[in-house]
Structures are given as structure tokens and as C-alpha cells.
Design a binder for this molecule. Structure first.
Ligand code: AMP
Length: 361
């Protein structure tokens, strides 16, 4: 069995690693030839629009999936003519456009922050009247890890905010004074069976995920979040791992964004769940039975961002696991992550505090 993955970043690398024990081979496709998957998978390199390079990528693949949602939808539609693609391209198309995503949430009755389409400085003025202030202006496409965002505190910020979009279509959202950020990861098989991971609590720094803790034990919120994920996946005819990021505010859950792929907030599942998100994604797209998503104790994950970590000091701690992605340091670049696991939440939080201090996270 061989799976093709569009994108060869750390998510592709961890998918490839999860494939080994199951006898599932992986071939990644990435515009960058030294991307992190290179050490553990075949890697074909070329632009996403390069039909010749794609023709070298496809032979012998049983299915194609992705680990990066900004792959051009046309590329996926082209591949689909030869090899089955999971999840179906519609999930990619919705997830690539913040406006389409928020409209999709709304159409399915899933609460989301108030939002308005913004295509000009004049529309921004009007949109502020709907969302109120503070608000966040975001590019509709290609924004990730807080990039392409501008926080508006006062009406006078509107000109600078619109200029920062560089003429790109945008969306204005009300700023949500959330109590916490949560995410829910779910996995759906080819035949529609679906299961959710325990709810995850996330802390972002500069718009980038810094720390995750799981499970976040709140049965009512878990039920609501899982139901939202199931509803979205059902509507999309989804297959694979799906992530939904949520704001918990005033007792409600508001959908912030979805990701049609394995997700940074689920990295703890490698050691902290019966079946990791990576293994379950591969099981789903290859038509194998899904594995249990139950948590093994209490886990935490800290991203290693920008600088190499103090490896020896981290590995000297019991219950701690290090994952490096084979990348060279660069400011704000995700170089790896550390997972901690413990039998209770207090033990997990103590370990997590130590690791955060070592990493300056
Ligand atoms: P995003 O790329 O949309 O997930 O945004 C990155 C991070 O910015 C989120 O995880 C939040 O911490 C913050 N953020 C984004 N949108 C909002 C909002 N409407 N209200 C409050 N915080 C937000």
C-alpha cells in the first residue's frame, strides 16, 4: 500500500513515520526539495502546477491525501482523475477561504464570530458598523499562524488595516474576548464511521500555537464540539482526520477555523492516545478500521519555535518525548515539539511548566 501526500512538511513526516508499522509507504510532493519528509519518505519536488512533476508523483499510489491546505484545488481535481483523493477537494476549497469557511459554519447552524466580507476600504468602514470594535481583519486566503491579520482597536486604524492586506480580499471578524481556545479533532472513515478525540485546550503566542493540553475535561463542551465536527464532516462527505478550532466564550463555543488535515494541536496523540491522529488518518484514507481515540492519561504539548531546544535537559525528564522535524532554526519557525504525559492533570501541568521554562515557551 502506498499513499501520496501533497505537502512534505512536519505533518507529512509524522504521517510517514506512522505508516511504517502498518506497512503503508508514503511518497510526498512538495515545492521545497529539502522539506522535513525527505528523511523518512520518498519526496518528489516541483511546483503544484507542474504537470510533469505530478506525473512522476502519481504512479503506484493507492490514494492521495494532503498535509497542507493551500494546495491549489485545480491540482487536486487533476489528481482525482487518476487516483482517489481523501478528503474530497471540497473540504480543501472551503478551508482555503476564510469567508467560505465562515459561511459554511453559518449554513450548518454552527456559531462563529460575527463576520463581514471586505473587498475595499469603503467596505471595511461598513463592516466595522456590523462587527463593532475591536475587530480582526484577516486575508481570506493563504493566512496561517496569525499571518495576514490586523487587529483594529479604533476606527482610525481602518486605513492602516486595509493597506496591510495589500489589496487582497479580506474578512472582518468581531474580536472575541474568549476564556480559552479549544480544538476538537475527529476522524471519519471512507464508509462514514466517525470518532472524536478528547477536547484539547490551546494557548497561542503571536498567533502561533504554543501549548496544548488534553483531555480538556468538560463533557458538555465535548458533546457540542464533537457534534459540530461530525456535522461538518458529514456535509463534506469527509474521509480522514479533521480539526476544528473553537473559542470558548460566555459559555458558548464559536467556530474559528477548520483544517482538513492532521493538526498541530493533535501532536500529543502520538504518545497520549490509543491511536495517534497520524495513524488514524492513514487508517481512514486506506480504508482500514479506525483506532480508538481514547486518551492515555493526561498529556501536554509544547511547540519548539525559532531556536534549537536544550535536547539533553529535555530528555533527562521522565514522561517527556521529543520530536524534531529536521529543520534549521529561523525566527517563528516550528522546529519540533515536546510531549509530556502523566497519570493526572497536576503531574502533567508540573512537567509542562518545566518544559515551557526550558523552551522559553
Ligand atoms: P487564526 O489564524 O484565525 O486561527 O488566528 C490565530 C489566532 O489569533 C487564534 O488562535 C486566536 O488566538 C487569535 N484570533 C483570531 N481571530 C480572533 C478573533 N476573532 N477574536 C479573538 N482572537 C482571535
Amino acid at each position: 500500500m502506498k499513499i501520496g501526500i501533497l505537502g512534505g512538511g512536519q505533518l507529512g513526516r509524522m504521517l510517514a513515520l506512522a505508516g511504517y508499522p502498518l506497512g503503508i509507504g508514503v511518497r510526498c510532493y512538495d515545492p521545497v526539495s529539502d522539506s522535513p519528509a525527505r528523511d523518512v519518505a520518498e519526496l518528489i519536488s516541483g511546483p503544484y502546477e507542474d504537470a510533469g512533476a505530478l506525473a512522476r508523483f502519481l504512479p503506484g499510489l493507492d490514494a492521495v491525501t494532503y498535509e497542507f491546505e493551500n494546495v491549489p484545488a485545480e491540482t487536486v481535481r487533476l489528481i482525482e482523475k487518476t487516483v482517489p483523493v481523501y478528503p474530497a477537494p471540497r473540504a480543501l476549497e472551503v478551508g482555503q477561504d476564510r469567508l467560505a469557511e465562515k459561511e459554511f459554519f453559518t449554513a450548518l447552524g454552527i456559531p462563529t464570530p460575527r463576520f463581514q466580507r471586505v473587498g475595499s476600504a469603503g467596505e471595511l468602514e461598513k463592516a466595522i458598523g456590523v462587527t463593532g470594535l475591536p475587530a480582526v481583519l484577516k486575508t481570506r486566503r493563504s493566512g496561517y499562524d496569525g499571518k495576514g491579520q490586523f487587529r483594529l482597536l479604533r476606527r482610525e486604524d481602518a486605513t492602516a488595516a486595509w493597506q496591510s492586506m495589500g489589496g487582497n480580499p479580506a474578512i472582518l471578524e468581531e474580536f472575541v474576548p474568549f476564556e480559552r481556545e479549544l480544538s476538537v479533532l475527529a476522524v471519519r472513515s471512507r464508509d462514514g464511521a466517525a470518532v472524536c478525540y478528547p477536547l484539547i485546550e490551546n494557548v497561542h503566542r503571536n498567533g502561533i500555537l504554543s501549548v496544548s493540553r488534553a483531555p480538556y475535561p468538560d463533557p458538555l463542551l465535548q458533546k457540542t464540539a464533537s457534534e459540530y465536527a461530525y456535522r461538518l464532516m458529514r456535509e463534506l462527505g469527509y474521509c480522514g482526520v479533521f480539526a476544528l478550532e473553537l473559542f470558548h466564550a460566555g459559555g458558548r463555543l464559536l467556530a474559528n477555523e477548520m483544517a482538513p488535515r492532521v493538526h498541530n494541536s493533535g501532536h500529543w496523540s502520538i504518545e497520549g492516545a490509543d491511536t495517534s491522529q497520524f495513524e488514524n488518518h492513514l487508517r481512514a484514507v486506506t480504508g482500514l478500521p479506525l483506532g480508538s481515540t481514547a486518551a492515555r492519561g493526561f498529556s501536554g504539548m509544547v511547540n519548539i519555535i525559532g531556536d534549537h531546544p536544550p535536547v539533553e535537559r529535555i530528555l533527562a525528564l521522565p514522561g517527556v518525548h521529543l520530536h524534531l522535524y529536521g529543520k534549521s532554526p529561523r525566527p517563528l519557525r516550528k522546529l519540533g515539539h515536546v510531549t509530556v504525559t502523566a497519570g493526572d492533570s497536576a503531574g502533567r501541568d508540573r512537567l509542562l511548566a518545566t518544559v515551557r521554562e526550558l523552551l522559553g515557551a
